[in-house]
Design a protein. Structure first.
Length: 459
């Protein structure tokens, strides 16, 4: 199989990386033997040398600690135009798409049209490719109790009609970021080879179009990324933890005074205002101009915890101290801003709603079943109610031994009720191909559900 792929010109590059995600041994640093940041060796046994044994001349080679597998993008895109059928499909968005104002395809979106109006030379040739980037981690060993995270980076060519571009066969695997821990904010280190190719493709590469029987200058852009909320933080550089999770919502709350202290008013009055102002790329670059970020997972400064407001502290004092500085909430300058057009994209990051729904569903199930480590109805959330001065019946009660007792919520279940809940899921029957077999996830002994990651995603 490897030989077949190689003969097709669709091989991949093995790029060694620092085990602490500080750097890639790539480009000018290809021949370095240790990390230039912390001095960590690139080899599992740094004392092993390339030597020949006495018997048979077998060679002992060093084994790298971490290897990125990168699949070059340019030859894969050029191959799309080596078949007349796919070459014709790559023009579908311009030649055959129905433009009636309805949103059926990314070409109908404001982001696509805005880019075309900004870069007319790119829009003039419908063969130029628009890509979306999807990133997320998964456990390749299918053992949910084992903590391991491998990150594939996928590219989706949007020139195809919707019934083709969303097929698995149309996805382009760009790279596989190795585990066992996810890259986190250091994902930019691994994206360097892709960004370099995208820079080259912005200028264009000569490509043969078998449909038109001519060579043309193929240009490619990255339109946006698609990810869940956690990966959004890693790719964009914005901190999504705590109360300032979304930049546009943060601005809205600050201007309206609805930061924690006055959130009770917000909850009672409701939300009737218009959409928040859009943050353009030039504003983000201005906020990022003085930020210095060092990559790697050694000696990282600890994340400072937001001080909990005391019960006697006034709302005005809390709001004055908690007023956020937007520039301080950025963790890094995203590598995507190295692309010359990225700041002009009006939609740079898309949130994967289905993935987020899966995460929310897991939290709801963990809360109503009161699963240790999964429930959101915990002491921390009850103390938040004290700070917000609402739901006094749920305030934590201090016991004589100094521990806290949490009064039951209206959704709290007894053991018998949990068993009934699990029994319903165990015996549920749905039409064929409607949902996954969730009964396999039910544990009566523990009165909880396991391995929901795949089940909820495919349901």
């Amino acid at each position: 199989m490897k030989r077949l792929i190689k003969d097709l010109g669709l091989g991949y590059d093995k790029i060694h990386s620092c085990p602490n995600d500080c750097m890639l041994y790539w480009g000018d640093q290809k021949n370095q033997q240790s990390c230039h940041v912390y001095g960590k060796s690139r080899w599992m046994n740094s004392n092993t040398e390339d030597v020949n044994t006495d018997e048979g001349g077998a060679q002992l080679r060093k084994k790298p600690v971490k290897v990125l597998r990168y699949f070059p993008l340019i030859p894969r895109l050029q191959r799309l135009f080596m078949s007349s059928k796919t070459a014709e499909s790559m023009r579908w968005h311009n030649d055959q798409r129905t433009d009636d104002g309805l949103l059926r395809h990314p070409a109908d979106s404001l982001a696509w049209k805005s880019f075309d109006s900004k870069f007319l030379s790119f829009a003039s040739d419908p063969r130029n490719v628009r890509l979306g980037l999807a990133a997320d981690g998964f456990n390749p060993f299918k053992i949910m109790s084992t903590s391991y995270s491998t990150w594939p980076i996928l590219l989706v060519p949007y020139n195809f009609p919707p019934w083709i571009c969303m097929k698995q066969s149309s996805f382009i695997l760009s790279m596989i970021i190795p585990g066992e821990k996810g890259p986190g904010n250091d994902i930019d280190i691994y994206l360097q080879p892709l960004i370099e190719e995208l820079k080259q493709l912005w200028s264009g590469v000569e490509t043969y179009d078998v449909l038109r029987k001519e060579n043309f200058n193929l240009r490619v852009i990255l339109l946006w990324t698609i990810n869940d909320f956690l990966a959004y933080a890693n790719l964009s550089g914005w901190s999504t933890k705590g109360r300032y999770a979304v930049l546009v919502v943060l601005r809205k709350l600050v201007r309206s005074g609805c930061i924690m202290g006055s959130s009770l008013t917000w909850a009672i009055v409701g939300e009737y205002r218009g959409a928040p102002e859009q943050t353009v790329g030039s504003e983000i670059l201005f906020m990022l101009k003085d930020i210095n970020f060092s990559y790697g997972k050694m000696n990282q400064p600890p994340i400072t915890q937001t001080r909990r407001r005391s019960r006697d502290e006034s709302d005005d004092e809390s709001d004055e101290e908690d007023d956020p500085n937007e520039a301080e909430l950025w963790k890094k300058r995203s590598i995507f801003f190295e692309l010359p057009y990225w700041e002009h994209n009006i939609l740079r990051h898309n949130l994967d709603v289905m993935h987020i729904e899966k995460n929310v569903c897991e939290n709801i199930i963990g809360t109503i079943l009161n699963v240790d480590g999964k429930s959101k109805d915990n002491l921390q959330s009850r103390l938040d109610l004290v700070d917000m001065r609402i739901r006094r019946d749920l305030y934590p009660q201090v016991l004589p031994n100094g521990k806290y007792r949490l009064p039951p919520s209206i959704f709290s279940m007894s053991k018998k009720e949990k068993e009934v809940f699990c029994m319903v899921l165990k015996d549920i029957k749905v039409p064929d191909a409607y949902a996954s077999n969730i009964s396999r996830c039910v544990s009566f002994k523990d009165r909880r559900l396991y391995s929901l990651n795949h089940m909820i995603t495919t349901s």
